[in-house]
Design a binder for this molecule. Structure first.
Ligand code: IMP
Length: 423
């Protein structure tokens, strides 16, 4: 296998960081292609917990070069903080981290407008407040400040001024708040640019050459397919394409050059922020999933909404991204220690019909989930031993989705990953 992609198959927080981290051993380059520091990839290893937001998980591996391609939006201030947090863990240099000069920059204004909309706007999305959506908006309206613009003060000044022409009217008249002036913002970003400059690279060229040299490339998705701008539960989505399509426009990889598209799914379902969630539990089981699974957002610390595994949504996600296999995570949460029985939603009742795939034409607010009840996993749950009930659960998932479960994660550590087929 030359290249693979790791894609969240639900609403994000599926444990992608952990799976990427485990697979990094076999790859030379790890690439982020969309999203921004709204992502929170948690990696536990050797008693240490590392949370990464924009830096690819490959950074923790000596053999890997980490690349932030042109697709993600980039917050210079937040990046410097992330670098500082990594200082005691790993040496980050321009040799092991390369950032595209073409990334759209997140400015102070983007963050301000994100939080104003969430607190005062007519529709609350439940964003991470990191300015991701507003920065992508400026990209689409052809007003982005690209990372390389930070190196030229005149260009930077002009571009910030251009972005602020309309936004200042919103700040002054609609929201009536103070906001950083063009001069302040230029000075701040120009100074941050000096620190970031050594990492800036033509990542298209770098990845093109790496491919030609036969290097193995891993694309690390952030968020999940159901938060995809085009395929997700719009408008309750993020502003990029976490699905496989995002790789082609966000990293410059030629179509058809990804051998394995590994979908990561939790053994149950979680969601942060607003939006429909058919299997959401508002009961004791939901609280248990939340407590046992420690379901708090890595980026915002928010409590995640919880529910049983939703196979109609998973089947849809598989179609959207042509997933070739699944990695199921957090299986250790569904043991007899916590639950007598577990449930899995295999179809919905919708307008008097039974539907088994959550096609976009279906209003997820109006479906009634149909459940199969299964035994919780018994005994001391040990990843290295086969577990009858666990195998039964995996069988149901494979049969319903039609693709294999190639990995199972049964606890937070690297050692608790079971490979059901070689990678
Ligand atoms: P934004 O990406 O901050 O604009 O937020 C849009 C939606 O995506 C909100 O529902 C967020 O909670 C959700 N979201 C963004 N990033 C993540 C993530 O890394 N994990 C899970 N949900 C996320």
């Amino acid at each position: 296998m030359k290249s693979a992609a790791i894609i969240g198959a639900q609403w994000g927080d599926e444990g992608k960081g952990k799976i990427t981290d485990a697979l990094c051993e076999s790859f030379d380059v790890v690439v982020r292609y969309q999203g921004g520091n709204n992502a929170g990839h948690t990696i536990k290893s050797g008693g240490k917990t590392t949370i990464l937001h924009i830096i690819p998980s490959g950074i923790l591996h000596k053999n890997c070069v980490s690349v932030i391609a042109h697709g993600p939006v980039f917050d210079p201030e937040n990046f410097i903080n992330e670098l500082k947090n990594l200082e005691n863990n790993v040496q980050v240099t321009p040799n092991n981290l390369k950032i595209s000069g073409q990334c759209p920059v997140i400015t102070g204004h983007h963050k301000l407008i994100d939080s104003l909309r969430e607190t005062q706007g007519p529709v609350k999305i439940g964003t991470t407040g990191r300015g991701i959506g507003p920065s992508y908006e400026d990209k689409v309206s052809r007003k982005s400040i690209k990372l390389q613009d930070l190196l030229n003060k005149d260009i930077l000044y002009k571009k910030i001024k251009n972005q602020l022409t309309e936004k200042s009217v919103l700040f002054q008249n609609l929201y009536q708040v103070e906001f950083p002036s063009v001069e302040e913002e230029t000075e701040k970003l120009f100074n941050l640019g000096k620190i970031i400059a050594p990492f800036i690279c033509d990542t298209f060229n770098y990845l093109d050459k790496a491919g030609q040299q036969g290097k193995k490339i891993l694309y690390e998705g952030a968020q999940g397919i159901l938060l995809d701008m085009d395929y997700g539960t719009y408008p309750f989505v993020t502003s990029s394409n976490p699905s496989v399509g995002g790789i082609y426009c966000g990293a410059g990889v030629p179509y058809n050059q990804i051998d394995e598209v590994l979908g990561i799914a939790k053994a149950y379902t979680t969601r942060v922020g607003e939006g429909p969630f058919p299997t959401e539990l508002d009961d004791e089981d939901g609280n248990k999933l939340q407590d046992v699974g420690q379901e708090f957002g890595a980026t915002t610390g928010r409590r995640r909404r919880c529910g049983w595994l939703d196979l109609p949504l998973l089947k849809y996600a598989i179609k959207v991204s042509n997933l070739t296999s699944l990695a199921m995570t957090k299986l250790d949460v569904l043991t007899l220690d916590h639950f007598e029985k577990i449930k899995v939603c295999y179809a919905y009742k919708y307008k008097n019909e039974t539907v088994d795939c959550a096609y976009p034409g279906i209003n997820l607010n109006e479906v009634k989930p149909l459940y199969k009840e299964l035994p919780a996993f018994s005994g001391t749950f040990d990843a290295s031993r086969t577990n009858k009930e666990l195998e039964q659960y995996i069988e149901v998932i494979e049969k319903e989705t039609g693709i294999p479960v190639s990995m199972m994660s049964c606890g937070p550590d690297r050692e608790q990953l079971v490979y059901r087929r070689p990678f």
